[in-house]
Design a protein around this ligand. Structure first.
Ligand code: AMP
Ligand code: MG
Length: 307
């Protein structure tokens, strides 16, 4: 699908939310205000829709994304909350706190959202526009900040327009965001709580989280397969599971038509599949092109040379 050529800016009202919901259910990302910064929201159960977030932002690699849900009950359908996680959620939701918990088995979240990890970052936002969009779509929404990669986070619709004009179909405008900085992130994945990112909610003081802060994504340490991985393979050698792309067929294909958005949506699923296959090694076909194809290559390079 080609990216939409024209970006509309609509003031936040019921009509704008209906239009945004229609676009999201059609697999498009839409910029929407939250109480922290403007987010670029897409249906977290649709891998290609989430891949279009990356395409629009021009992100050079895949990081796990925060998933927004309307309430704790919905969050618990997606992640597993222990008593610490539940206490945090009860105290701070809706609000600018993201909680990383184990991903619930059989959840409908697309693997690109967690970048293949068995954990998921969840948040119940307080902003009425994001809440309205969650209710109207009935979907969990993956939403990183609505700015081009490397630019500062947008706190006004005009900031979003300046960096994503012509790359997304719609921006919902509700003026300046209240907080202006990204949510606090805490991991509750067993053992003591860990602060992953400082933000508007001061967990260290409130909850007595010990130890030093971990860099964003550090806990995640990024999913990597357990087997050696060979890049730019045209055919499988002995005992290799070949992940194909375009003309290179393989045991499974990222995209038979060579579509990078489809390939991004399938990347982590196929890496897991290859990891579980009987072959001792993994090979991956070349994924040429810039933009999202480059992000796929970056991710594959890291998987080939795990730290
Ligand atoms: P943002 O760029 O604001 O969407 O924040 C994303 C950050 O949330 C990542 O860089 C991670 O630090 C954290 N995060 C998101 N998902 C996960 C996850 N599944 N496991 C661990 N950390 C996560
Ligand atoms: Mg950002």
């Amino acid at each position: 699908m080609a990216l939409p050529p024209e970006t509309r800016v609509l003031p936040y009202n019921a009509e704008a939310i209906s239009e945004a919901a229609r676009l999201i259910l059609d697999g498009q990302p839409v910029a929407v205000p939250t109480e922290t910064v403007y987010g670029l929201a897409a249906d977290a159960t649709n891998g290609e829709a989430v891949a279009r977030i990356y395409a629009a932002k021009g992100r050079p690699s895949f990081n796990p994304l925060i998933v927004h849900v309307p309430d704790l009950a919905t969050a618990e359908q997606i992640g597993v909350f222990d008593e610490h996680a539940k206490a945090l959620a009860t105290e701070h939701w809706p609000g600018p706190l993201t909680i990383v918990v184990p991903l619930r088995e059989g959840s409908s979240i697309a693997s690109i959202v967690t970048a293949g990890l068995p954990s998921i970052a969840l948040r119940v936002p307080a902003h009425p526009a994001m809440q309205a969009l969650l209710k109207e779509t009935g979907k969990p929404l993956a939403a990183p900040s609505a700015n081009a990669s490397g630019r500062i986070s947008p706190t006004r619709a005009s900031h979003v327009l300046a960096s994503l004009d012509g790359r997304i179909p719609l921006i919902i405008d509700s003026g300046a965001t209240q907080r202006g900085i990204e949510s606090t992130i805490v991991a509750a994945t067993g053992g003591p709580l860990r602060l992953l990112r400082r933000g508007p909610i001061n967990i260290a003081a409130d909850e007595g989280v010990g130890g030093s802060i971990e860099a964003p994504g550090q806990l995640a340490s990024h999913y990597a397969p357990h087997k050696p991985l060979r890049l730019d393979a045209i055919e499988a050698e002995d005992d290799e599971y070949l992940i194909g792309f375009g003309p290179v067929r393989g045991d499974a294909s990222l995209s038979e038509t060579g579509d990078a958005v489809e390939a991004a949506a399938r990347l982590f699923e196929l890496l897991h599949l290859a990891d579980d296959a009987s072959q001792a090694r993994i090979a991956v076909a070349p994924v040429p092109g810039d933009g999202i194809a480059a992000a796929i290559r970056d991710r594959l390079k890291r998987a080939a040379a795990p730290q």
